[in-house]
Design a protein around this ligand. Sequence first.
Ligand code: MN
Length: 302
Amino acid sequence: MFQANDSKHKRGINMSKQRLVENIYRNDAFHWVGDGFYVMQVLPGPSDLAEKMSPFLLMDYHAPYEYEPTDTPRGVGVHPHRGFETVTLAFEGSVAHHDSTGAGGIIRPGDVQWMKAAGGILHKEYHEKEWASKGGRFHMMQLWVNLPAKNKMDSPAYQPLLSDEMGIVKLESGTVTIIAGEYQGVKGPAKTHSHINLWRVELDADGEMAMSFPSSNNVSIFVMEGNLEVNGTQVNEHELVLFKNEGEDIKAKSQNGAHFAVLEGTPLNEPVVSYGPFVMNTQDEIRQATIDYSQGKFGYLV
Ligand code: MN
């Protein structure tokens, strides 16, 4: 009797430590951002999910897509942002960026652009000229990462994170690339304003990976290529799996190999009010953003 209870108790502990799956999301509706980014909006921007995903607000995923060579690079023209950060991950192809602070740069495969729009920025994003002239396969992701209220009106800043600066953990059959946060004691280069883990993981066939996060933090995994089993739940290509805020441990394994992103963070627990490219805490702050933008206070960019 005692023994039976004891083993049941132990099983109970194991099960409560495992993170349970809350839901799986997919959005196969692709749309164009400008004429250069053909994306599926996996996370729709501030929404019902905002609290569950915080501090992540939006995910535009550009699945691999062939572009014809061109002398006029495709992209998206000058537009504003305020109140958050845009994070662009390049997997294939190259993106050029220019903004109203005078910053600019090119991100190539494996690089990440971490742009803090904060108090207000104008920028444009387009295929890098030389790459565009040859054309080829393009594969990217853009995330919007919310800023805590106290940082929303900071000066804008730009972190180019190059592939050789990333934290790398070699698994038995795979690789974890740490962009932000830490895995197995290896840190990523991104400076963030709240606790965030952002990793890119490649698993070979039959590869597996274990991870663990405090249950109060939000965790999701987006499968870019291949498929994955997380804590016994099957997740297919282009699906985002969101975990419950219960339990800690996640075991991810792939039968045929997979390429996925892990997004984890401490929820900001602040109100989210948004209007297009502005994400603030109150309706008044949104009104102020539209006024400041129309009065040219976001700077100048051709
Ligand atoms: Mn933008």
